[in-house]
Design a binder for this molecule. Structure first.
Ligand SMILES: N[C@H](CCC[C@H](N)C(=O)O)C(=O)O
Length: 285
């Protein structure tokens, strides 16, 4: 039987090593079901950290509405690295500046160089209800209660349209990311789970970062986590408002501007384009 996604082109890209698929569904009514996202992730060569599905814009002036899928099929309100990849994909249509909407708000992008893009990631949300946390807390220093062996006793919480918990550590390389990340993502303090960052401050403008992503796991880079981490570092008095954030897959440059917007600049890479086949979705569950 003909599947609505059969034969559609899909772009494989990465943003600072974060593995991204871009699927353009503009002009179609099909909304990808979680099991379809999981089926794509299971196809040879199509494993992704995030799949960015583009839909017709809901508002005049926007270029697209994005649904952002994690590898487990769950949705995220933000993905900084994926948004740069979408900006690159749509630059092929001659657009150097874009307005992209998600369930969490509007993101503006602009091209800096052939493969370098800046995304205005909007304002950080710092109220505990907006993260969300399970109970009232000052988000700049939340006690990890109950504690988790091997994790620092407190963390900073920031929403960039998706939930982030940032743990400051002396040596990020020494952290057991797979083990701690999986346990902290599901900590009872996070009713919607959370992306977990371990940040090592190197200088007032330099941060080393490793991230365990909600719904995906350890990734080579996470743009919204880099933004959340810079915000948390400024709030803690550890860095200035501009810093380089170094992730395993590459560097991002983050600025928390005086007008409260967080700007993220970083690279994208085009890997290949292929087409979806209907067999991929047989028995998708
Ligand atoms: N990699 C993305 C973030 C994915 C966040 C997602 N794992 C969530 O459920 O919030 C980024 O570059 O911002």
């Amino acid at each position: 039987m003909h599947h609505p996604l059969e034969n559609l082109p899909i772009l494989r890209m990465n943003g600072a090593g974060n593995e991204i698929l871009v699927l353009d569904l503009r002009g179609l009514t099909h909304v990808l079901a979680p099991q379809e996202a999981r089926a794509i992730a299971a196809a040879p060569g199509l494993r992704f950290d995030q799949l960015m599905a583009l839909h017709d814009p809901h508002e005049p002036g926007d270029d697209a509405y994005m649904r952002i899928y994690n590898i487990d099929g769950s949705l995220s309100g933000a993905c900084g690295n994926g948004t740069r990849c979408v900006a690159y994909a749509l630059a092929r249509e001659g657009k150097e500046r874009l307005s992209l909407a998600t369930q969490a708000g509007r993101l503006e992008t602009r091209r800096e160089a052939e493969t370098v893009f800046t995304v205005d990631m909007g304002r950080p949300r710092l109220d505990w209800r907006e993260i969300p946390l399970a109970r009232a807390a000052d988000t700049s220093a939340v006690a990890l209660d109950p504690p988790v062996a091997g994790a620092p006793a407190q963390f900073s919480a920031v929403s960039m349209g998706n939930p982030h918990a940032i743990f400051f550590v002396v040596d990020a390389a020494a952290i057991a990311l797979e083990d701690l990340g999986a346990r902290l993502e599901h900590h009872p303090l996070f009713p919607e789970r959370a992306n977990i960052s371990f940040a090592q401050i190197v200088a007032r403008d330099d941060i080393l970062l490793r991230v365990w992503e909600r719904g995906t796991g350890a990734t080579k880079a996470c743009g919204s986590a880099a933004c959340a981490t810079l915000v948390a570092s400024v709030r803690a008095g550890l860095t200035d408002r501009r810093a380089r954030v170094r992730l395993p897959g590459g560097d991002l440059h983050i600025e928390w501007r005086a007008d409260d917007h967080v700007m993220m600049t970083g690279p994208v890479e085009f890997e290949f384009e292929t087409r979806l086949t209907s067999t991929l979705f047989e028995g998708a569950a």
